[in-house]
Design a protein around this ligand. Sequence first.
Ligand code: FPP
Length: 252
Amino acid sequence: MLNLMNLDQEKLPQHIAIIMDGNGRWAKKNGKARVFGHRNGVKSVREVTEGAAELGIKYLTLYAFSTENWNRPKAEVTALMQLLVTTISKETKTLSKNNIRLKAIGDLENLPGNCYSELQKAIDKTSHNTGMTLILALSYSARWEITTAVNKLLNDVKAGDFESSNVTEQDFSRYLCTSDFPDPELLIRTSGELRISNFLLWQLAYAELYFTEKLWPDFRKEDLRDAIINFQNRERRFGKTSEQLEENSSND
Ligand code: FPP
């Protein structure tokens, strides 16, 4: 169990998104092949999922495989897909035991058949769970998501299923793969890289960004807690001034 010292239970982000980076470098540091880093990355996925659920986080999105990752050496892509299949099928019971519902976003039809079917099975089996929602971003990129949304919207317009002549932000959000989830308030990226890398570009509009030097396979529950504490110490202004925020909270 996590030591919850310094954590404000009232100010927990309800959605955390993570760019899990540094598996390759971690493997290299240990004199091993890249896939060894990915395998150890799975341990961090387990830790962080459990930690987030223990803390009462409602949504956790993990960037597990990007559209661009298809360009990696074929052997690495195959190993990653295999790892996904075995992890998803092995962990489904544990997810249910912890009342966690699994979801996925991305160009899922592009996944190998066995990966897609294992994923779908796990999503179905955990669909009635009511605790945290774990969202895997697989074959995902934000530009893919946004262009796909625009095309769906165009099709609806052509079919006469979109009645207004004006598209609002709320209308557009409904066409994204994340339409069922709130936007993340906190984005964590490991391994010292300071980029968004085509991840949730629309949804991260107001997210707090947290970067850590830790490589993903070294990331533990305590690191998640530190990121949340850091988040809680920030002032989220949403374009307003500090004085306006103080005024609003004194009116509460
Ligand atoms: C980034 O490290 C990591 C990935 C591209 C894959 C992440 C996948 C896992 C942690 C395993 C499977 C996940 C689940 C959800 C079961 P990198 O390879 O880009 O590292 P580098 O930048 O050091 O080369």
